[in-house]
Design a protein around this ligand. Structure first.
Ligand code: MN3
Length: 199
């Protein structure tokens, strides 16, 4: 049961200047890679019977003696998902279809949806994530702290923004708002979110 760093869906300089290749080298090549390595090391000493991340997250969530496995499994899942939420051709209007219709039902307008997503990303105190999720009541926006993930709570993630400082400090210093705005306006892969909603 060994996990690998997934391939990036674009070149390391493809998101520049909104996310520099230096940030990708650090964030993907060091942070994400380290979560994978830590997880594989931790699993050598356990009797967890899982061959995928979702199983590991479900088996370790909320268990104090499994915090290290949970944190690293969740961070591998979160980052693997995060890279797919970005694209060099990102931002712009939501694609027409079921996802957009669900966004409009929940948030009245695209502008309000994006504003609420930005608010969640900015109001997450310290490290964490802002998410667009699908639940039984339609689409919602939630935030999680540190490694925590909606996957552990029965919600279906459609889109996420990493707001750990390692995601933006090289490019934006302390200006989290500028990073979040650029991600939403220029990098967000709404087609991926729409496909995740339809799946
Ligand atoms: Mn990160």
């Amino acid at each position: 049961m060994f996990f690998e760093l997934p391939q990036l869906p674009y070149d390391t300089d493809a998101l520049s200047p909104f996310m520099s290749k230096e940030t990708i080298a650090l964030h993907y090549g060091k942070h994400h890679q380290t979560y994978v390595a830590n997880l594989n090391n931790l699993l050598k000493g356990t009797d967890l019977k899982c061959d995928n991340l979702e199983c590991l997250i479900a088996e370790t969530a909320g268990k104090p003696d499994q915090t290290a496995v949970f944190n690293n499994a969740a961070q591998v899942w979160n980052h693997s998902f995060f890279w797919k939420c970005l694209t060099p051709l990102g931002g712009g209007a939501l694609p027409d279809g079921a996802f957009k219709n669900a966004v409009l039902r929940a948030f009245d307008s695209e502008e309000n949806f994006k504003e609420k997503l930005k608010e969640a990303a900015l109001s997450q105190f310290g490290s964490g994530w802002a998410w667009v999720v699908a639940g039984t009541d339609g689409i919602d926006i939630v935030k999680t702290a540190n490694a925590d993930t909606p996957v552990a709570r029965g919600m279906k993630p459609l889109f996420t923004i990493d707001v750990w400082e390692h995601a933006y400090y090289l490019d934006y210093n302390n200006r989290r708002g500028d990073y979040v705005q650029a991600l939403i306006d220029r990098l967000a892969n709404w087609h991926f979110a729409a496909a995740a909603f339809a799946f």
